[in-house]
Design a protein around this ligand. Structure first.
Ligand SMILES: Nc1ncnc2c1ncn2[C@@H]1O[C@H](COP(=O)(O)OP(=O)(O)OC[C@H]2O[C@@H]([n+]3cccc(C(=O)O)c3)[C@H](O)[C@@H]2O)[C@@H](O)[C@H]1O
Ligand SMILES: Nc1ncnc2c1ncn2[C@@H]1O[C@H](COP(=O)(O)OP(=O)(O)OP(=O)(O)O)[C@@H](O)[C@H]1O
Ligand SMILES: NC(=O)CC[C@H](N)C(=O)O
Length: 544
């Protein structure tokens, strides 16, 4: 006889540190899974109660106490459905990254994550002790095993679960997004299924947390490696799957198969969700930015509007002598198209006041970046004043290519709380701007077509000081994201002098990046947690 187990995947957005609020979300979602979807079992993401990653909050004893209290509360308040939640648990003096299996008001089983990731943005060995074995629970007569995120990326935990008699693997995840991560996950799941013979139900967190953004995009892969559930990316929801099983066979049905997003859509949605959650979870009333008529601020404005709604976003044009007429026209036109509040504040009087104050310092010296930076800093000061007064957070507009080579002014255009494009190369900025215009009128075509310029000096173009972006981004991708050597990059066809110069700029600009606001990580190697270079270093010496 075939039995059916209905599993609900609660792909929800949680708030790090808000243990009680997260527990409330769990109770509500579990009741919904039971009452509206008729589920027998509901899964929640890794470290559900603390949110992921809780970082050094884990070193505060109260976080653990609050998590244990919250677990008791969920056990008390939810019945008629099995619930699997993630939380930190201390056992025999060791702290574990764990999952608790709840049934009828009791903790039926506890599972401790066996494989702790400690690379890239992950730092779990700083906090946790690994678990040593599988955890198998029977539900409606089907033995299921629990896995926590990194457990599924290596062979051993699934093999152990299979040896312990499990017939299905339930994987709870907090797996951050980067471009093509979804395809990587699917390949990993298929490999595990192939090795262990166990089908996998894979639930992922959705939401933004500082630099990280989690795409949801939960999955289920059956014993043949076929995809039987692919939940929408970037959206909260409760998605169900029926598991049909008898003594020998096990199969899945009824799972949603959402169409996979294009790379442009994925990346754009990652930025939108990253900005929305950063602004909202930190309690800002909205966001503002300097709108220059250039492409970086134009794209940042679209992201802000899509994240927060036009009424919560404000754009400020701050012209100076070098601001072209078309920059003012295009900035005003974009603000009008998107329906955001827009004002102009000319900076000439402030720049002149600084110049006069510095007359003695500047006397007899040629103009250089000093004067350019005064313009950028006047703009930064004005924008921060508006932020202070309105409670809107300043979005800084620099992209990954600029941040890599230090092409930005400290306390000037680097001022701000969050940098949406920090991990987006200039070539991707163009791709995303074109993509956004396919969704409806947003960015004036001229903004996309015109050559990039900082407009800080007469007739200035980015290409006067930097290699063309096709070349710059090619070198940066190899050096920063793929860790290639000078020789590797030159062998790929780039001019040695340009490679040397770009590598030198990257190494020398570390001090700027350390002072830069956080931004959304969308590549496998972002500046920030993912790439930690020394500021003070003699390493670049051999390059010159
Ligand atoms: N290792 C180190 N540790 C700590 N601080 C260090 C440092 N090295 C320099 N510094 C400090 O940093 C200063 C230099 O940095 P900073 O004042 O920012 O100025 P700087 O890097 O000299 O100039 C800014 C550059 O960014 C370009 N820019 C500006 C604005 C917008 C855009 C754009 O198109 O988006 C481009 C501009 O054309 C110029 O090339 C030094 O004078 C020194 O005070
Ligand atoms: N005239 C201006 N009015 C308002 N903000 C400005 C102005 N000039 C510069 N800014 C702010 O400083 C940031 C950096 O300036 P910059 O001109 O380099 O960038 P951009 O115009 O957005 O793009 P691009 O680098 O392609 O020119 C802008 O994105 C914008 O936020
Ligand atoms: N939280 C985790 O263990 C995540 C690690 C995993 N390899 C991922 O990014 O999907």
């Amino acid at each position: 006889m075939t039995d059916i187990l209905k599993i609900a995947l609660a792909q929800i957005n949680l708030l790090v540190g808000d243990v009680e609020g997260n527990a409330e979300r769990v109770v509500a979602a579990a009741r919904e899974a039971r009452d509206c979807h008729g589920a027998d079992l509901v899964l929640f993401p890794e470290l559900t109660l603390t949110g992921y990653p809780p970082e050094d909050l884990l070193m505060r004893g109260t976080l653990l106490q609050r998590s244990e209290e919250a677990l008791k509360r969920i056990a008390r308040e939810v019945s008629g459905i099995d619930v699997v939640v993630g939380l930190p648990l201390r056992e025999s003096g060791y702290l574990h990254n764990s999952a608790a299996y709840l049934r009828d008001g009791k903790v039926l089983a506890r599972y401790h994550k066996q494989v702790l990731p400690n690379y890239s943005v992950f730092d779990e060995k700083r906090y946790f002790h690994p678990g040593e074995g599988p955890c198998v629970v029977e539900v409606k007569g089907l033995p299921v095993a629990l896995a926590l995120c990194e457990d599924i990326w290596v062979s051993e935990p699934a093999r152990r679960a299979q040896s312990a008699g499990a017939r299905l693997l339930l994987s709870l995840n907090a797996s951050p997004f980067h471009l093509s991560k979804h395809e990587e996950r699917l390949a990993v799941l298929r490999e595990r299924v192939h090795e262990s013979g166990l089908p996998v139900v894979y639930l992922n967190l959705v939401g933004g947390q500082d630099e990280l953004v989690f795409d949801g995009h939960s999955l289920a892969v059956d014993r043949d490696g076929a995809l039987k559930l692919s939940a929408p990316a970037w959206k909260e929801g409760i998605y169900t799957l029926e598991v049909h099983f008898d003594r020998r066979d096990i199969s899945f049905s009824g799972g949603i198969l959402a169409p996979p997003p294009s790379p442009e859509e994925s990346l754009y949605q990652a930025l939108v969700l990253g900005v929305r959650d950063y602004v909202n979870k930190n309690g800002f009333s909205g966001a503002l930015l300097g709108l220059s008529g250039g492409i970086d601020s134009a794209l940042t404005l679209c992201i802000a509007v899509d994240a927060l709604g036009a009424e919560r976003v404000e754009a400020v044009m701050m012209p100076y002598h070098y601001t072209a007429g078309m920059s003012r026209e295009d900035a005003a036109a974009q603000a009008r198209t998107l329906g955001v509040s827009y004002r102009e504040i000319p900076i000439a009087p402030m720049v002149e006041a600084f110049m006069n104050g510095l007359a003695e310092v500047l006397a007899g010296l040629p103009a250089d970046t000093t004067e350019e930076n005064i313009q950028a800093r006047c703009r930064g000061t004005l924008l921060m004043a508006i932020s202070n007064k309105t409670g809107r957070m300043l979005l800084t507009t620099g992209n990954k290519s600029e941040m890599a080579v230090g092409y930005a002014t400290l306390y000037g255009d680097m001022a701000g709380g969050f940098a949406p494009l920090k991990d987006v190369s200039k070539l991707w900025v163009y791709r995303l701007a074109r993509y956004r215009n396919t969704l409806g009128p947003a960015i004036p075509e001229r903004v996309i077509e015109r050559p990039p310029s900082a407009e800080l000096a007469p007739d200035q173009r980015d290409e006067d000081s930097l290699p063309p972006y096709e070349i710059l981004d090619g070198i940066l991708e190899r050096f920063v994201e793929q860790d290639q050597s000078f020789t590797d990059i030159v062998s790929a066809g780039f001019e040695p002098a340009t490679v040397r110069r770009v590598m030198g700029l990257v190494l020398r600009s570390e001090y700027k990046r350390r002072q830069a606001p956080p931004g959304v990580r969308v590549t496998r190697r972002a500046f920030g947690k993912d790439r930690r270079y020394p500021i003070t270093s003699g390493y670049g010496r051999l390059l010159s």
